[in-house]
Write a protein that binds this ligand. Sequence first.
Ligand SMILES: [Zn+2]
Length: 354
Amino acid sequence: MKQIISVRDLEEMLRNGGDVRSLPNDALLTPSARDFLRDLEGNGTYKAANGDPASRSAPAKISSKSSKADLDAFFRTPEIQQLKAEICEVGRRLWQRAYVDGNGGNIAVRVGEDIALCTPTLVSKGFMKPEDMCLVDLEGNQFCGGKKRTSEILMHLQIMKRQPRAVATVHCHPPHATAFAVAGVEPPSCMIPEIEVFIGRVPLAPYRTPGTPEMGKLVADLVEQHNTVLMGNHGAVSWSHVSVEDAYFKMEILEAYCRTVWVASQLGQPLKTFTPQQLQDLLKIKQTLGIPDPRIGLKECELCDNAEWRPGVSCAVPSGGQSSSRASTEHDGNPQTEEVVQRITDMIMERLGQ
Ligand SMILES: [Zn+2]
């Protein structure tokens, strides 16, 4: 199969000191990757000043080792101001959709090799201002920002350390997805295309006290393979290799999916799934978008395995005819009724036997 190259692949290549002229001759370039190469040629150079997508136009080589004055100046650059505004906007959407409660939820964006912007503690995500944002290193030490950084930042930083592609992370408590996490149920697969293409399988990390390094580790253990993770008895977290808005979109997709599956499971019919072949087609689209998925390359018989899926309610609505009387028998706990039904059933069986 021909290799498909996206802009992200090219940026990663440059970041690692690679030469984009060494691409295989038969590699397929996405349209935006082709534009990217054309721009590089136009500039007369194949070297990006700073390969990090989140800070391409920010001053180069800013890191946790930079002087306080340089970090302060960096923190006020138009590029960083823009990212702060984007974080506030995502926070507003999280709050409006009731994905966060009280001061819950947090957001981080990597802005250099080992530094990140993040949200403050004790502020509702719906009402943050750009000046509330904090600048930290990947150990959680805070360099800039008037307010104290969130205590849950450690999990975001552990994700970024484990997954170099993660430029942004969003954590929140969307009720339907969190309900799956409380029930210990992993969302089933092969039911709606969006989640398969933009997310994939959503694994469940066991509960640990929020903000502890142990909890961050259990989540980080899953982010090499998955861009969205359910956190047992807590909520969900996602990362994106593109932007903070893209990490937020994963939350919308996850929450809409969990809500839809939950409602569908009340309708009294077995839930329909698409076929492994149809999932293969979606995974091919996913590959062209440059989104990795551990299922790419699996055999069809290994896809759409919902063995773990165990909905709590599957027959609340009788479908009529025989099943209607069965449902009323099942749902009427009156022993007299049950005795009558049993006697009639016995009589019918007797007659049939004659
Ligand atoms: Zn939380």
